[in-house]
Design a protein around this ligand. Structure first.
Ligand SMILES: [Mg+2]
Length: 120
């Protein structure tokens, strides 16, 4: 079973994402802040990471940079989940090392399409 790590500070969003990923066949682990997310990425070696960008403390871009700079986790694909939508904000997610992004709120179908591209 493929494993997804959801890093998300909002409890409701975390619950919805967890349920959606389970419906897509993933075993889901979660972290509710950037620091915990970086640690779980190292400990659990998930197949995929969904990264909230706006989080207090270490934000999603910094957590992404840390995951990318660690040889143990640098190859894990990261999908940014974000309410940001200007072109420059989204470009910063990619520059931080996210493979792609999905703008909140998104539908299950949109999520499914993104995930399929990550792990066919
Ligand atoms: Mg957030």
């Amino acid at each position: 079973m493929k494993k997804a790590l959801v890093i998300e500070d909002h409890p409701d969003a975390l619950e919805v994402l967890t349920r959606q990923l389970e419906m897509l066949g993933f075993a889901v682990i979660s972290a509710n802040n950037g620091m915990e997310g970086v640690e779980k990425a190292i400990d659990e070696k998930p197949d995929l990471i969904l990264m909230d960008i706006m989080m207090p403390g270490m934000d999603g871009r910094e957590a992404t940079r840390r995951i990318r700079s660690n040889p143990e986790t640098k190859k894990i694909p990261i999908l940014a989940t974000t309410v940001l939508f200007t072109e420059s904000e989204l470009r910063l997610c990619i520059e931080a090392g996210c493979k792609d992004y999905i703008v909140k709120p998104f539908t299950f179908e949109e999520l499914r399409e993104k995930i399929l591209r990550f792990s066919p």
